[in-house]
Design a protein around this ligand. Structure first.
Ligand SMILES: C[S@@+](CC[C@H](N)C(=O)[O-])C[C@H]1O[C@@H](n2cnc3c(N)ncnc32)[C@H](O)[C@@H]1O
Length: 252
């Protein structure tokens, strides 16, 4: 569905720009043409309510195609690019969360929180290349750290980075199939779209008193125990949720 919407944005933008080029010779200029098509594509993306991370993709899509054609690159480069992008952004095409990496400042704060919680078990839901899970496993050897990731290439990178850490496991699966009750602290940096389903599963399965840390995106209808401001490039906010008895009674 997501990919069909993206294709619809691009195709409609192309048709509109071709229509303008038919009416006005100024649009025969490649730069004007590409700029107009990209702008229409972004506008369509807004109209079709696509997540904001589609904006750079729509902006760059046709200009990149144009540049590749003018450079006359060999065909295998296109194939390689598609393979690598598929392995990295595995589920993104179906509307999943894309790969963005947490900063080292976020990892430091998560380490401090795990120490304070005296946690024994920790998982990063959608661990990417292990930007949080690896530093945690390195700094806290007594904590069993799991990096749960569905996309093959990020998973492989995190498994390789953690190959010498006996307290680290990189599991390649959909975290919705995991039982959350085994973790003392769960960290997630996902997307607003994923938060309702994730937080419902957390409330259902995590033990009373355990901690859920959500980076950047709040859990809907759940009042955080604390919100931490991280002084990093993204000015990340960490939302801390304490799982309580009869969790539904504390929803707002
Ligand atoms: C925004 S990145 C965060 C990466 C890492 N946690 C960090 O903080 O640097 C989100 C990751 O979640 C993964 N992901 C999304 N949904 C998933 C699912 N259901 N199961 C496993 N991984 C998932 C994506 O492949 C992506 O790598």
């Amino acid at each position: 569905m997501t990919i069909l919407r993206a294709l619809a944005c691009q195709t409609l933008a192309l048709l509109l720009t071709l229509g303008l080029a038919y009416l006005q010779p100024i649009f025969h200029n490649p730069i004007v043409f590409l700029f107009t098509q990209s702008s229409f594509a972004v506008g369509n993306s807004f109209l079709l309510r696509q997540p904001t991370w589609w904006i750079p993709i729509h902006l760059l899509f046709l200009p990149s195609v144009f540049i590749c054609f003018t450079l006359a690159l060999p065909a295998w480069i296109y194939l390689l690019t598609v393979i690598v992008l598929t392995l990295v952004f595995w589920g993104t095409i179906r509307g999943d969360v894309p790969l963005f990496l947490s900063s080292s400042e976020v990892a430091e704060v998560v380490i401090a929180l795990l120490k304070k919680e005296n946690a024994q078990t920790f998982v990063d839901l959608g661990a990417g290349v292990g930007s949080v899970a690896i530093p945690v496993a390195e700094k806290l050897p007594t904590v069993q750290v799991e990096a749960s990731e569905r996309a093959p290439l990020p998973w492989l990178i995190s498994a390789f980075r953690g190959r010498n850490l006996s307290n680290f496991t990189a599991s390649r699966h959909n975290f919705f199939t995991t039982d959350f009750s085994k973790y003392d602290v769960i960290f997630a940096f996902l997307s607003p779209l994923a938060m309702p389903e994730v937080s419902e599963k957390i409330k259902r399965e995590m033990r009373v008193g355990t901690l859920f840390i959500s980076s950047s995106f709040p859990a809907p209808n759940w009042h955080p125990e604390r919100i931490l401001y991280i002084n990093d490039r993204r000015e990340t906010l960490l939302y801390l949720y304490r799982v309580q008895k009869n969790e539904t009674s504390q929803t707002v």
